[in-house]
Design a binder for this molecule. Structure first.
Ligand SMILES: C[S@@+](CC[C@H](N)C(=O)[O-])C[C@H]1O[C@@H](n2cnc3c(N)ncnc32)[C@H](O)[C@@H]1O
Length: 220
């Protein structure tokens, strides 16, 4: 049984869901997976044991759907994916179908629709690129990258809700770059009862990427 499980894991290590169904029309409307996406997949693979205990798994901003699809395959569970971009929602559905993954897709803004203490694993690769604030707030492909001041405008709207939606043993994974000031994300959520750490970092071209993981702090 253990040997079988590790053969399955070996298949998922470094695997990226197929996007053969996507066309150039999709890539004009939806974020094409890049180094940040792959770093997130690697961080999730490393945490597969804990993630497999998760029942309610939510990805905010699935874009092409590769992360939500990967999570569904990794955990053998269903995943709820919520994106503001309609074309991203449609592509996420197609990616899940093409790869035989159970992903429910909802068009929406961040996690406003989620019940308190309901999410075991929350994942977000946000639009993190520092831009003018005027570029933030759209629902097209610019919502993939436009992060406004310090690249934090969208993430900063999610952060106040994270401690509310996470279940008692819930986890939150978020991608960021150095310009987002990861230390201040950690201290913001620490003040709300979550402990955070960098689980993976990588330099890709001009980006110093990292994945932060948060869990509820143990009561002292
Ligand atoms: C950097 S892309 C990440 C896409 C994919 N998860 C990946 O890693 O390749 C950010 C995604 O977040 C979505 N997004 C941006 N603002 C959002 C919001 N307020 N609510 C939900 N999704 C949002 C974008 O449409 C985009 O699909």
């Amino acid at each position: 049984m253990a040997a079988q499980a590790s053969a399955e894991d070996a298949k998922l290590d470094g695997w990226v869901p197929s996007l053969d169904h996507a066309t150039f029309v999709d890539w004009n409307r939806v974020y094409e997976p890049s180094e940040d996406t792959f770093l997130l997949l690697d961080a999730l693979f490393a945490d597969r044991a804990a993630l497999r205990a998760s029942r309610a798994i939510v990805e905010i901003g699935p874009g092409s759907g590769v992360v939500a699809t990967y999570l569904a395959k990794l955990t053998r569970n269903s995943v709820l994916a919520v994106d503001i971009n309609e074309a991203a929602c449609a592509l996420t559905m197609r990616t899940a179908e093409a790869n035989g993954a159970r992903v429910d897709v909802m068009r929406g803004d961040l996690c406003g629709a989620l019940r308190s203490y309901s999410v075991d694993a929350l994942v977000f690769n946000p639009p993190y690129v520092p831009t003018d604030d005027e570029e933030v707030g759209g629902a097209g492909i610019e919502a993939s990258w436009a992060g406004g001041r310090n690249g934090r405008r969208v993430l900063d709207r999610l952060l106040p809700h994270v401690a509310r939606v996470l279940a008692p043993a819930g986890r939150f994974y978020v991608v960021c770059v150095a310009e987002n000031d990861p230390a201040s994300i950690v201290s913001y959520l620490r003040a709300r009862g979550l402990t955070g750490e960098t689980v993976l970092r990588r330099r890709a071209r001009n980006e110093a990427l990292s994945v932060l993981r948060f869990v509820r702090a143990a009561p002292s």
